[in-house]
Design a protein around this ligand. Structure first.
Ligand SMILES: [Zn+2]
Length: 431
């Protein structure tokens, strides 16, 4: 039986945690989901990434008729309805929002910004970013329908408009979802201190007085966290580039290397534009820059066995040993084999993996650099609105109802303009 004229929101996962947000909005015979990543819990040391393993360990939720039916998985939830219209939306390319896209039923359409689709295909070129589908080749990425800013998608009686926002993954987007009785807004991950802050502000204007604002609260997750001495105060992406430039200028005769998070394509672009040495990128990153911004950058293959990437200009390729021997000409992206770097060199870790001490690999990585007497400098700039900016975003939108998610402490985000709900994992709210 089809229920009439009621919108529901179900928080399948990603509520009192960071990552793995899967929220469902349903109206009559249609429903949509956002996003489709997994929770990141490396300390669990799971034996595999099989769907049933992920569900059993609560890294992904129970979902009925959403996962690829060829995967072995038994639904154990309590959804009884079946739907005529289903679609999935991705807000951005970060793994906690995208990692299980290949587990989505191939018959269900997936929508995201065209940039995000391009970034995911590029990051998964070697098949080690997304969880692979057991039915496809290793580097397969399921079909994604790439949207432009403000495109509107209709799913049954639900319409969804996509808005670009500023985040440290290029192509990040928010959604404004309209059902016949309710407007629901999903922020995705966003901030006000990057190159595209204007996009976030424009989105806030469009979402003003929304009925329900589902909002990320990553930065209020760690009220007890102390300032990390190794991390200089960095207030914006521009500030980060300025600090990086200072370090490069202060070290004229020294091997200088760096790494960052590939989805932050804009940061790489600004490094290429602003650093006063010849910037050299690892080939896969160079290909991503070429694809997204049509910019050619000198590059090298970290893996000499990798087949040449046709997109890249072969005349810009540099031999890896040239970079390893250099002390004054290049500022190059190093992605592995840090033990090959020169003793006495300096490496800038700019939100690269391992991301931080919550990952057991982080300390191992620091120890390796220390053992080789390579100076480690962390230059980080968060992809998430700082607490004051979260309040500012709420104040710009003035939602009737606020639902903070994607945070360890959602209760710290208040709504002076209306109601607030703190849902539990699996909770369904009826409008
Ligand atoms: Zn993110």
């Amino acid at each position: 039986m089809v229920s009439k004229g009621k919108t529901s929101v179900t928080f399948h996962s990603g509520v009192l945690t960071i990552g793995g947000t899967v929220v469902e909005i349903a109206y009559e015979d249609a429903h949509i989901f956002f996003d489709f990543g997994t929770e990141f819990r490396p300390e669990l040391n799971l034996p595999n990434d099989d769907l049933q393993t992920l569900v059993d360990n609560r890294l992904v939720p129970q979902l009925k008729n959403i996962y690829d039916p060829r995967l072995s998985y038994t639904y154990e939830g309590d959804e009884e309805k079946t739907f005529a219209h289903t679609a999935v939306f991705l807000s951005h390319a970060h793994l906690d929002h995208s990692r299980m896209v290949n587990y989505l039923d191939p018959a269900i359409p997936m929508y995201t910004m065209a940039e995000t689709a391009a970034i995911l295909r590029s990051l998964n070129r070697n098949g080690d970013f997304l969880i692979p589908s057991p039915f496809e080749k290793q580097n397969f990425v399921r079909e994604m329908i790439g949207l432009k800013a403000h495109d509107v998608v209709q799913v049954g009686k639900i319409s969804i408009e996509i808005f670009p926002v500023d985040h440290d993954a290029y192509g990040a987007a928010a959604l404004i979802i309209q059902t016949p009785d309710t407007q629901i807004t999903y922020t995705g991950d966003l901030r006000l201190h990057g190159y595209d802050a204007e996009d976030t502000l424009n989105f806030c204007v469009a979402a003003r007085h929304t009925d329900c604002l589902i909002m990320e609260g990553v930065s209020i997750s760690f009220p007890e966290r102390e300032k990390d001495d190794a991390t200089p105060e960095i207030a914006s992406e521009q500030d980060l580039i300025a600090k990086m430039k200072e370090i490069v200028l202060a070290n004229p005769e020294r091997q200088l290397t760096f790494n960052g998070y590939p989805a932050n394509v804009k940061r790489f672009l600004e490094i290429v534009r602003n650093i006063p040495r010849q910037v050299v990128l690892e080939a896969n990153m160079a290909a991503l820059l070429k694809e997204v911004f049509q910019v050619d950058v000198p590059y090298y293959y970290a893996n000499p066995q990798q087949a040449p990437i046709p997109l890249l200009d072969a005349t810009l390729a540099l031999p890896y040993p040239t970079l390893l021997a250099d002390t004054n000409k290049y500022f190059w992206q190093v992605v592995d084999h840090f033990e090959n770097l020169q003793t006495g060199g300096l490496y800038i870790h700019s939100d690269a993996q391992p991301l931080g001490d919550f990952d057991p690999h982080y300390q191992i990585f620091l120890d390796l650099l220390a053992a080789h007497s390579i100076e480690f400098v962390r230059l980080a700039c968060s992809g998430h609105a700082v607490p004051n900016d979260l309040n500012k975003i709420v104040a710009l939108i003035e939602p009737k109802l606020l639902i903070p998610i994607h945070s360890y402490h959602p209760e710290l985000l208040e709504n002076p303009f209306g109601e607030r709900i703190l849902p539990q994992r699996g909770e369904k709210i009826l409008f």
